[in-house]
Write a protein that binds this ligand. Structure first.
Ligand code: MG
Length: 328
């Protein structure tokens, strides 16, 4: 008699560190050494043998220390929800000072952040959209992602480590004359959103935060750099002012129309997957007269592309319905 279809389907073959084969039966949670049953025979094993081996396996494979596994918290993210990982630079106020970042915005630093986020999207799986501003970046995983069985700690640590190592790896591409003085760090958090509206509201919240901070910083640094106010004086001048007041100060005192400031500063950066035509040179073998010649070949690739646009209104989501697609 063969094992039942369910038992066979659930049984997985593995090898231990010595290369010996063993079986894992998830329903029983027991490891089972191949010294009892050869792997090549396992698909024809009788249910009697199966039970006998389970008993043996129970005694053999579990060490007395294995109970410590039970201390691991179950951090599976709720099914069918959007999983967001947000990273934030650790003490980046000091980091920006030490590395002479331009105020109020350093485009090198912002582009480096985006390069790191693109690397995260390319290297990891199932990220559908990312949004970044200042020293933070948010990554949204597909609703139905089953990457690392949806474990929050796996999502967060993979994103944070990939992002931080990329920041160091690509630093010199953006800061040619500025050596990296010490290793930067990023904290991470995982937030689970139950539907499209809450996810859109989350991203809107981050973009609104970008706008509020950038408007404040633009006026603050104009007062310091152009009017010669001390940071404390500039802070006092701006206390209690509304957005309209800040726009007015910028326009009347510095001839700056805030709406003409770069979109990347005002809106932050949105990364979505788009088809990109990539031109590469390739040796082409065809007619005799051009044999061995290098030719430019264009091929289409899907890459995380930066957009600097509004994501609070409906227009963006209507233009890119695939992001919130049910099967996403
Ligand atoms: Mg920070």
């Amino acid at each position: 008699m063969r094992t039942s279809t369910t038992a066979r389907a659930a049984t997985k073959r593995h090898r231990n560190f010595r290369g010996e084969a063993f079986l894992v039966l998830p329903s029983a949670g027991r490891m089972w050494s191949a010294c009892n049953v050869k792997v090549r025979d396992c698909w024809a094993v009788t249910s009697v043998t199966l039970r006998r081996c389970l008993k043996l396996g129970a005694a053999m494979a579990k060490s007395k220390f294995e109970y410590v596994r039970n201390f691991e918290a179950d951090d599976t993210c709720l099914a069918h929800c959007w999983v967001v990982v947000r990273l934030d630079g650790r003490n980046f106020h000091r980091f920006a000072e030490k590395h002479n970042f331009a105020k109020p915005n350093d485009s090198r630093a912002l582009h480096l952040m985006t390069k790191c986020a693109q690397t995260v999207m390319t290297e990891l799986e199932d990220i559908v959209i990312a949004y970044g501003q200042s020293d933070e970046y948010s990554f949204v995983f597909k609703r139905k992602s089953n990457w690392f069985k949806r474990r929050a700690s796996k999502f967060m640590t993979h994103v944070a480590s990939q992002f931080a190592s990329s920041y160091v790896f690509y630093w010199r591409d953006y800061f040619e004359d500025q050596p990296l003085l010490y290793p930067p760090g990023f904290d991470g958090r995982v937030i689970v959103y139950p539907n499209n509206q809450t996810l859109k509201d989350y991203l809107s919240w981050r973009q609104a935060d970008c706008h509020v901070n950038n408007l404040y910083n633009t006026v603050f640094w104009a007062l310091v750099q152009q009017s010669g106010l001390t940071p404390v004086q500039a802070q006092e001048r701006l206390q209690g002012t509304l957005a309209a007041d800040k726009n007015e100060i910028l326009f009347s005192e510095f001839n700056i129309n805030y709406n003409n400031e770069p979109l990347m500063y005002r809106k932050g950066t949105v990364l979505i997957w788009q088809k990109v035509g990539e031109v590469t040179t390739k040796e082409v073998k065809l007619p005799a007269e051009i044999e061995g010649k290098k030719m430019a070949v264009t091929r289409t690739r899907i890459k995380p592309v930066p957009l600097y646009c509004d994501i609070i209104g409906d227009a963006f989501w209507k233009e890119h319905p695939e992001i919130l697609d049910e099967d996403s």
